[in-house]
Ligand binder design. Structure first.
Ligand code: ZN
Length: 310
C-alpha cells in the first residue's frame, strides 16, 4: 500500500474511533434535564395555593390523590380536581385508603389499586400513573401496579433517566423544615441539570410556620388570618411551641406584621418566619426558570414520554 494512503487511513480510523460514544446512543439522545413537582395525598392546598403559582408561571404539577379522602375537610373536592386537570395538572392515583402496600394481600392490592383508579375515572379524570403510599413497594406491588398504571413513584432521593424502571421511579422531598433547607433542594436541581437527569420532587400540605409574640386570645382551626401591614392572608391550622402553623394563601407575611384571626379576634406579632412553603415553591420554580431555561418542568406522564421510559 502507498505509504501516504496508509497514513491517511490510519488517521481516519483514529478520528472515527474517537467519536464513538461512551454510552448507548439511544440513552444519550434521550438525556434531558427535567423536574417534576408532585403533591401527595390530595390536600386542598394543591388547588388553593399551588394551582395559581404554577399557572402564573406557565407550568403545571401532578397531584397524587387518596380517593377515600376526596371531598373531606382539608382535601380536594371533585370539582377542584377537575379544575386542576383543566389547568394542565396530572391526576395520579395514590390508593383508596393510603395503606402500606407491602402489608396487603394480593386481593387487597388489587382493590386498592384498581378501585382508586376507577373512582378517579368515574369523576371524569384521566389517570395513568400512581404514587406508592409512604413510597413503599415490593415486587408484588409493582407487578399488580403494572396491570393498572403506566408507572409508580417511590422515594429514595435519586434521579431518573431513560432506562429507569417505570414502576420504581425515584423522588426526593422538597418539604421545608428546620433541617431541610432551600439550599438542599437547589443543589438537587443543580445536580439533575448537570447530569441531564429527571428530578422528581414531592411534598404534601403547603403550609407555613411562624414564631409569634404578644399573643392574645385563641385562634380557631380553619379561620382566616390577616397579616398587617404586609396584607398577606392565610388559614390557621394549629399552635406549636411559640409558633403558629397556617396555610399561606396570598402575599408574603413579614416580621413585624400583626396576625389577626378573622373570626376569633385572636392576635399576635409575627417575630420570625420559620418557613413558608408557598414562597418556597415560587422560589424553586423561578430558580429553574432563571438558571436553567432549558430544564423543563413536566408532569410525571410527560417525563415518561420525553425520556421514553417504559
Ligand atoms: Zn401519601
Amino acid at each position: 500500500m502507498n505509504r501516504f494512503i496508509f497514513c491517511v487511513s490510519i488517521l481516519f480510523l483514529i478520528s472515527s474511533c474517537s467519536t464513538v460514544p461512551v454510552t448507548d446512543p439511544a440513552v444519550m439522545a434521550n438525556s434531558k434535564p427535567l423536574v417534576t413537582f408532585v403533591f401527595d395525598d390530595g390536600y386542598e392546598t394543591d388547588y388553593t395555593v399551588a394551582k395559581d403559582i404554577f399557572s402564573a408561571r406557565g407550568e403545571a404539577a401532578s397531584t397524587a390523590v387518596v380517593t377515600g379522602w376526596v371531598n373531606t375537610k382539608d382535601y380536594l373536592s371533585v370539582s377542584q380536581l377537575a379544575g386542576l386537570q383543566e389547568a394542565g395538572w396530572e391526576i395520579m392515583g395514590h390508593t383508596v385508603s393510603h395503606p402500606n402496600l407491602r402489608d396487603l394481600s394480593e386481593n387487597q392490592l388489587e382493590s386498592e389499586l384498581s378501585q382508586s383508579k376507577a373512582a378517579l375515572e368515574g369523576w371524569g379524570l384521566h389517570v395513568r400513573n400512581m404514587v406508592y403510599p409512604y413510597n413503599k413497594s415490593n415486587e408484588t406491588v409493582r407487578r399488580i401496579t403494572a396491570k393498572y398504571y403506566r408507572a409508580g413513584r417511590a422515594g429514595q432521593k435519586m434521579l431518573n433517566s431513560t432506562g429507569s424502571d417505570p414502576y420504581d421511579l425515584k423522588s426526593s422531598s422538597c418539604e421545608l423544615s428546620f433541617w431541610h433547607k432551600m439550599s438542599d433542594i437547589k443543589s438537587r436541581i443543580d445536580r439533575a441539570y448537570a447530569e441531564k437527569k429527571w428530578l422528581v420532587l414531592y411534598q404534601h400540605l403547603i403550609d407555613a410556620k411562624i414564631r409569634i409574640s404578644d399573643k392574645s386570645g385563641a385562634f380557631v382551626p380553619g379561620e382566616g388570618l390577616s397579616f398587617m401591614p404586609s396584607g398577606a392572608a392565610g388559614k390557621y391550622i394549629e399552635d406549636g411551641w411559640w409558633s403558629i402553623q397556617f396555610v399561606p394563601l396570598s402575599g408574603t407575611p413579614q416580621p413585624g406584621d400583626t396576625v389577626t384571626g378573622l373570626s376569633s379576634g385572636a392576635s399576635g406579632k409575627l417575630w420570625e418566619v420559620y418557613y413558608n412553603e408557598r414562597e418556597a415553591l415560587i422560589e424553586m420554580i423561578e430558580y429553574v426558570h432563571k438558571n436553567y431555561p432549558d430544564m423543563q418542568i413536566v408532569t410525571i406522564d410527560k417525563g415518561l414520554d420525553l425520556l421514553e421510559i417504559r
